[in-house]
Design a protein around this ligand. Structure first.
Ligand code: PNS
Length: 158
């Protein structure tokens, strides 16, 4: 069985992320969306538990995608579970510059390969941080993040 991990902080998950997860799930038997970060530290808008719960609700109908979290090195997770593939989305050359050294480091550390999917053009400008910024000041991010994330951000910023 082929398994891929889609890692990220996902604070919060966007529709761009969801698009990458569902496209990755067409190429691998199983996809694990891995929320990275320390569950005991609150260093984002949403706790790790809240991020996991939101993604689980968004992906409830996807048969071969599950959600997990990890507070350590990514390669320790993949090696522990004998997973040899990571999948990430690329929006632009800026993402490429950020991702390349991580992909090479992860490969050097463990042999894990990173596959890149080009982000759908609809979501080329979408990021968790930009959506949080817009939502914080009352802007509308409907369509850029799942509806339940729109509501969860409204509740946080209320
Ligand atoms: O969504 P992000 O913040 O761009 O995700 C980056 C992430 C989570 C993939 C990266 O920070 C990561 O892998 N964190 C786990 C710790 C780790 O393995 N760091 C070394 C990466 S070479």
């Amino acid at each position: 069985m082929t398994t891929a991990v889609c890692p990220g902080s996902f604070d919060p998950v966007t529709n761009g992320h969801v698009d990458i997860f569902t496209r990755a799930a067409r190429h691998f038997d199983e996809v694990v969306v891995l929320v990275t970060g320390n569950p005991t530290k609150s260093s984002g808008l949403f706790s790790v538990e809240e991020r996991v719960a939101l993604i689980e609700r968004v992906l409830a109908g996807a048969p071969n995608i599950r959600v997990d979290f990890w507070g350590g090195l990514l390669v320790d997770y993949t090696s522990k579970h004998n997973i040899t593939a990571l999948v990430k989305g690329l929006r632009s050359s800026l993402d490429y510059e950020y991702e390349l050294p991580m992909a090479q480091m992860n490969r050097r550390l463990s042999g894990v390969d990173t596959y890149f999917l080009l982000t759908d053009e609809k979501y080329g400008f979408t990021s968790s941080s930009l959506c949080k910024e817009v939502a914080k000041y009352g802007g509308d991010v409907t369509g850029l993040v799942p509806d339940i994330v729109v509501e969860a951000m409204k509740a946080k910023f209320r």
